[in-house]
Design a protein around this ligand. Structure first.
Ligand code: AMP
Length: 402
């Protein structure tokens, strides 16, 4: 029997999310996560898809190695163990691949060293990703381990979009440029949008709006990213759950000089205490909408600022692309919050996109159009599936190499 399964691992600083997929039909065999690694009350939640019976377990899990061992044990209980000959590869989500990792990559020592070298530009994410990789390697040293980078899809951006207008020597010395993130999602959603339109990706231009707790927009021309809103780090761009997105960089000097705040304090302010939570005390769009509907002015202002920024990016990417075939909404907010989709597109009729109120109100897990048939520019809702995209890319690479 040939090996057709891929285990996808998304290792965070204190969590590991995983999915086991069978690539014959892209079906899921098991999904789960380990949270609060390193604490007394770590939690493992595991669901074998066939039975659908979730098993939960709480207790101390000291580190990523222990976490992955616990996951391996759970998988074994369902006959899906990591020692199975059906396992073809382990696909790892790696947040920062810098400029050079443009494709999914088989991990070897040189690749590990490069991911490590990128830690200064991804201090929170790359160390956790590396720990996940090393632990998986120890468990199955014979198996291809594939890195799928969040930044890879954006490496096609032209230099005019990727380079900041600062001193070139300083920028190059510190590897400062627009890298962009959520690339796996932007890749998946832009392709799925083309499919929804009955076209191949190279025929369509799409603005993808990935609106989750983190949020980013991208301009995709003929299947290739030409601009994206996140930059050196995921702080730039749209208003997010807890991140400010765009602002005058001089705000930082002002907070240092006048506010007497330290670098770490400002980092925490802009990444964790800004965006929607900073504006109105809530970062969950459901709660914000509830408050807006109840007449809460602070929540209304937060919503308006969120929408204003989104509109600015839609307009900017119209100009970047010249012609737009579709605007695609994805991730927690984009997939579920009909009022956000409606407000973001309202008033843009002259440019082509229109949202049909009735279609927009229908809840569904399927990719779908929420624009009327006559709209010149389609508005799509495409549930993102980063795990499937990672598994697809990893499996394609393993098959190519065999
Ligand atoms: P993600 O980062 O993609 O998991 O998105 C998480 C965010 O999606 C949450 O913080 C919520 O703000 C938002 N979200 C999830 N479900 C809904 C919903 N039904 N309506 C509005 N927002 C939602």
């Amino acid at each position: 029997m040939s090996s057709t399964r891929v285990l996808v691992l998304n290792s965070g600083s204190s969590s590991v999310k995983y999915q086991l997929l069978d690539m014959r039909d892209s079906s899921r065999l098991a999904v789960g996560l380990v949270e609060r690694i390193g604490e007394e009350s770590s939690r493992l939640k595991h669901t074998p898809v066939e039975s659908g019976r979730t098993r939960e377990w709480t207790g101390p899990i000291a580190d990523h190695e222990a976490a992955l061992k616990a996951v391996a044990e759970e998988l074994s209980r369902d006959g899906l163990g990591l020692d199975s000959p059906e396992l073809a590869a382990i696909g790892h989500r790696v947040v920062h691949g810098g400029k050079h990792f443009t494709e999914p990559t088989v991990i070897d020592d040189a690749v590990l060293a490069e991911i490590e070298r990128l830690i200064p530009v991804a201090p929170l994410h790359n160390p956790a990703n590396l720990t996940g990789i090393r632990t998986a390697q120890a468990l199955r040293p014979d198996l291809p381990q594939i890195a799928v980078f969040d930044t890879a899809f954006h490496t096609t951006m032209p230099e005019s979009a990727a380079r900041y207008a600062i001193d070139v020597k300083t920028a190059d010395e510190h590897r400062i440029r627009r890298y962009g993130f959520h690339g796996t999602s932007h890749a998946y959603v832009s392709r799925a949008t083309a499919k929804l339109l009955g076209k191949s990706p190279d025929e369509v231009n799409v603005i993808v709006l990935h609106l989750g707790n983190g949020a980013s927009a991208s301009a995709v021309r003929g299947g290739k990213c030409v601009d994206t809103s996140m930059g050196l780090t995921p702080l730039e761009g749209l208003v997010m759950g807890t991140r400010s997105g765009d602002m005058d960089p001089a705000v930082i000097f002002h907070l240092m000089r006048v506010g007497k705040m330290s670098t770490d304090e400002i980092d925490t302010l802009l990444n964790k205490k800004s965006g929607l939570i900073g504006l109105c005390g809530d970062n969950d769009m459901r709660e914000i909408r509830r408050r807006v509907d109840a007449g809460d002015e602070q929540a209304q202002l937060a919503f308006d600022i969120y929408i204003h920024r989104l509109k600015k990016y839609i307009g900017a990417y119209y100009a970047v692309l010249g012609r737009v075939d579709a605007i695609a909404f994805t991730a927690g907010v984009g997939e579920n919050a009909a009022p956000v989709r409606e407000a973001a597109v309202a008033g843009l009729e002259e440019l082509g996109p229109v949202v049909d109120g009735e279609l927009n109100g229908i809840r569904s897990d399927e990719p779908r159009l929420v624009s009327p048939a006559h709209a010149r520019v389609a508005v799509a809702v495409v549930p993102t599936d980063e795990e499937l995209e990672i598994a697809t890319q990893a499996y394609a690479l393993v098959k190519k190499n065999n």
